[in-house]
Design a protein around this ligand. Structure first.
Ligand code: WQD
Length: 348
């Protein structure tokens, strides 16, 4: 009885694998290592003391996915695998639609063929697009504003149609706000390819000296200090939300969306100050023009997940910063080890 974790070597996937193993689940990881390194899987095994199978598989390879189901007793899937850079999706929309949509269609077709109907899907708050009001609740009209966000929205709609066609499906759509932080061991964390797009890895690379200064995108938003406000959530809180969603889908049928956020908004300047407290020195930054496509304020109404999944985000901003910083200091170049071709199936 295994849980298949697609994209299990990635940032949120690897943290979720740790929580799954610690909770006694048997897992099988599927990853093509496009946005991750096999080293992260070795670290999961070291941190938990547990072994698990993984497959170097691309979701665009239908028969390879089928082999995973034939060789393992999969009872549920947590689906993280997908491209996720907003800016890149604008310049390469076909790559994003092909990878994220076709990959998910292949996965769902194999799941249906083998009678596996329990699915936790990694969605995103980006499906809310520009909204007049905050906090954001699940019943708001959805409106993605970039190809990446549209892939998430389209997949949510595909899964709604899938459930409407066959009520055996039991699906949780988890809309993440802004995942940050790292496992307290400092052995795994966010490992962006190249220059980070997201705020926190950019701050930690400035703080550790890899990058010269932080550019603050916009100082004229209608917020308490003029800079953008977001709902930053510790990646371990987020991982625990997946375990609660897994329990929920395993016992039910239906399809439901849940916001996974703290319900607290922090500005860019708030984040800079919080990191300066942790590292004990100033972080150089300069306020520049707004980044196209950014919303001014985004934070969650997480009450539905609190009530229905019995889940709450517990880790505060200080812990998010300390855990991010520990990972950055331990591994300034991330997982470093470049990708060595490994056989398709490895036992860790
Ligand atoms: C946060 C704030 C920026 C970088 C994105 C995706 C979203 C999700 C999370 C996948 C904003 C400001 C940032 C910098 C800055 N990913 N900023 N200087 O844009 O809220 O969400 O990542 O699901 O889908 O859209 O996150 O970290 O890029 O930005 O001032 O160098 O930091 O303007 O206010 P965002 P972010």
């Amino acid at each position: 009885m295994s849980i298949l974790v697609t994209g299990g070597a990635g940032y949120i996937g690897s943290h979720t694998c740790i929580e799954l193993l610690n909770a006694g689940h048997e897992i099988v990881v599927l990853d093509n290592f496009l946005n991750s390194k096999p080293e992260s899987l070795k670290r999961i095994s070291e941190i938990t003391g547990k072994n698990f199978k993984f497959y170097d598989v691309d979701l665009l390879d239908y028969s390879a996915i089928e082999s995973v189901f034939l060789e393992n007793g999969i009872v549920a899937v947590i689906h993280f695998a997908g491209l996720k850079a907003v800016g890149e999706s604008v310049s390469m929309p076909l790559r994003y639609y092909n990878n994220n949509i076709v990959g998910t269609l292949n996965l769902c077709r194999v799941m249906e063929k083998y009678g596996v109907y329990n699915l936790v899907f990694s969605s995103s708050a980006t499906v809310y697009g520009f909204q007049e009001q905050v906090p954001l609740s699940e019943d708001l009209p959805l409106q993605a504003t970039n190809p990446y966000g549209r892939t998430k929205l389209m997949i949510e709609e595909i899964l709604q149609d899938l459930y409407a066609s066959n009520q055996n499906w039991s699906i949780a759509l988890l809309r993440y706000f802004n995942p940050v932080g790292a496992h307290c061991s400092g052995q795994i964390g966010e490992d962006p390819n190249g220059i980070p797009n997201n705020l926190v890895p950019y701050i930690t690379q400035v703080a550790v000296g890899t990058l010269p200064e932080l550019k603050v995108f916009g100082g004229d938003y209608q917020t308490h200090d003029g800079t953008g406000v977001r709902d930053y959530i510790h990646v371990v809180d987020l991982a625990e939300g997946h375990l609660k969603a897994l329990v929920n889908v395993m016992g039910n049928s239906g399809i439901k969306a849940y916001n996974l956020g703290t319900g607290i908004g922090y500005s860019v300047l708030d984040m800079i100050r919080a990191f300066e407290q942790v590292i004990g020195r100033p972080i150089p930054y300069r306020i520049v023009n707004r980044r196209p496509g950014d919303v001014s304020i985004s934070f969650a109404d997480a009450s539905k997940a609190n009530e229905e999944l019995n889940w709450n985000a517990n880790k505060g901003l200080d812990e998010m910063c300390r855990d991010s910083w520990r990972w950055q200091v331990n591994y300034p170049n991330g997982f470093e080890k470049e990708y060595e071709k490994i056989s398709a199936v490895n036992q860790l």
